[in-house]
Design a protein around this ligand. Sequence first.
Ligand SMILES: [Zn+2]
Length: 119
Amino acid sequence: MRLKIREDKEETARCPFCATLIKAPEEIKTETGGFIGGRCECGAVYVCDPTGHNVGEAYLDALTYACGEDFMTFDSLNAGENYREAVFNYDLRAHKLWEVRDIRRDYSGKIIFIQLGPQ
Ligand SMILES: [Zn+2]
């Protein structure tokens, strides 16, 4: 599921689930390395892929982070059933996000939001 924020570019970065302004992502260390991300007030997590080339990896990092690295929870996850996701183009330096028009051709940096919970 892809949520629309607005047709035009947002001036700032907001959480797509609660519309709260999110803090600039920071480096988060994990056992498997680390990623750039953060957590919103509503409990949604976000992971940034500044290159736009490792979206799959960033997506997995986001899911793992959302679960608190609890792999029992991780194994029971189903998109649209017990978590919501949203992907946007993201400019790490400007801390701005905007809608992805074509995920296969759009190689801007990305930000992935995951919010756990029943739908
Ligand atoms: Zn939020």
